[in-house]
Design a protein around this ligand. Structure first.
Ligand code: NGQ
Ligand code: ZN
Length: 454
């Protein structure tokens, strides 16, 4: 199907353009004309930018938002949060998982994320037994993407151990566990279901160096020879210390030296880096998968973003735990953590006069697209037709055109700045609301009602 969208103003790869007509066929952009006049009857918006890829989501965690914010008996940490999260996920059945993912993906679209990399490790039934279809829960995430219109790169997660050195998994991890064969079957099923369509991708994700041994890494990487490969790394100091005790090296140092990290890779968090690791990761061509809101919520630490960008590093943003979902909000938190730790302003833009909001947005679009391994993240021929349109009639937008509109979105308005969102050429958000919002809410409420009463 061929559709057109007329934008009074749009941010293209080489800057702002006026009178932009974007033509797409089956969800992929086939022409971008500038200096055009609107035609009667065609979809028309005031100001549009390409959608933002969300490079890291555990969709199911959305349903525990707000449930781990009560002080415990000892010092709360990432590790005590993880215990709460493990107890929470024990109760989820496949319908729950689909309803929660659908709800999370709708909110992602409403906030400017038009594609998501789902780092999917909840594979099995509550007792750890495989579902009749090994890929049951993987396919539920694809169904959620289908229902909402969001693009998705599914990253089945390989998880086999509780910590470094091949330690046996804990009872709380029984829903995650596969061997190389059952894992390959899940990757295969995800590929078959995606069928090479636009906005659909499949990669692999060894969960972390805690959960996969070097031998297992070697066995599973050939399942996605072109990538993408995602892995959690160096999020917590304890993880760095345990990795040093195991190998004599820090997690990112180990990966750079032994795993062949290159542009196919995305290292999630990579929070705790030495200067040498910062430079090495930047030089590798891999993407740093930053999840600023979750990292703040979990007390992870602050990624050295300013130094990393200075070294030419690539990055994207992810919503990870989905405690709060917002594209602008993630970019804002990323910049604000640098401001608080370095006591400066406009730290992640690079040139004098450059808009920090736009630098963050375009950085995350490029790095996010690379991490998803799909042609998306820019308004250009051959890319998925994902367009986020700002609500220029909002009182806060008066007099703010171009870069100033982006800065006002990122630093002031967040989600409230968003009017329409097109994903794969379809308008899926109107006046800031997903077109199926009511039905999605009803289903999600019913799931939460049951989970909260059990
Ligand atoms: C996860 N989340 O896989 O959901 C992890 C916690 C772990 C974050 N790292 C579990 N933020 O890393 O062991
Ligand atoms: Zn994660």
């Amino acid at each position: 199907m061929i559709t057109t969208l007329f934008l009074d103003r749009a941010l293209l790869a080489d800057g702002w353009a006026d009178g932009v007509r974007i033509t797409s066929e089956d969800g992929v952009i086939t022409a971008v004309d500038t200096g055009a006049e609107p035609r009667t009857g065609e979809a028309r918006e005031a100001l549009g930018v390409a959608g933002v890829p969300n490079l890291h989501s555990h969709a199911f965690q959305r349903a525990m938002a707000g449930l781990a914010e009560r002080r415990g008996p000892a010092r709360d940490s990432f590790w005590t949060w993880r215990e709460v999260m493990y107890r929470f996920l024990e109760r989820l059945n496949p319908d729950d998982v689909e309803a929660i993912a659908t709800y999370a993906y709708a909110e992602m679209l409403e906030s400017g994320f038009t594609a998501v990399a789902e780092f999917h490790y909840l594979h099995h039934a509550p007792d750890g037994a495989a579902y009749d279809n090994l890929a049951e829960l993987a396919l539920r995430h694809l169904a959620a993407a289908e229902e909402t219109g969001i693009g998705v790169t599914l990253l089945p997660v390989f998880y086999a151990h509780s910590t470094f050195g091949g330690a046996a998994p804990t009872a709380g991890q029984r829903r995650f566990i596969n061997d190389a064969d059952s894992f390959a079957a899940i990757v295969e099923a995800a590929r078959a279901a995606n069928g090479g369509r636009s906005g659909r991708g499949v990669g692999v994700a060894p969960h972390s160096l805690r959960a996969a041994t070097p031998e297992e890494l070697e066995a599973i990487l050939p399942l996605a020879p072109e990538g993408p490969v995602h892995i959690h790394a160096a999020e917590q100091i304890k993880e760095v210390e345990d990795c040093l005790a195991w190998s004599g090296q820090r997690p990112v140092e180990w990966l750079l030296e032994h795993a062949g990290v290159d542009q196919r890779w995305c290292l999630i968090h990579a929070t705790h880096l030495t200067e040498a690791e910062t430079a090495g990761l930047a030089a590798s061509g891999a993407v740093a998968g930053l999840c600023p809101i979750t990292e703040a919520n979990l007390g992870d630490g602050i990624f050295p973003a300013s130094a990393y960008l200075e070294a030419g590093g690539r990055f994207g943003v992810g919503t990870d735990s989905n405690i709060a979902i917002g594209a602008a909000e993630e970019l804002r938190q990323l910049e604000y953590a640098q401001r608080l730790s370095l006591r400066g302003r406009n730290l992640l833009s690079r040139r004098e006069g450059e808009s920090t909001g736009r630098a963050l947005l375009q950085g995350a679009q490029a790095g996010g697209a690379q991490a998803l391994g799909q042609p998306l993240g820019a308004l250009a021929v051959g890319q998925r037709c994902d367009v986020v349109c700002l609500e220029m009639l909002h009182p806060d937008m008066v007099g703010r055109d171009g870069d100033l509109a982006i800065d006002t979105w990122v630093f002031a308005l967040g989600k409230a700045a968003i009017g329409s969102v097109y994903a794969g050429g379809q308008r899926v958000v109107e006046m800031g609301r997903h077109v199926a919002r009511s039905a999605i809410d009803i289903r999600y409420r019913n799931v939460l009602r049951r989970l909260m009463s059990e």
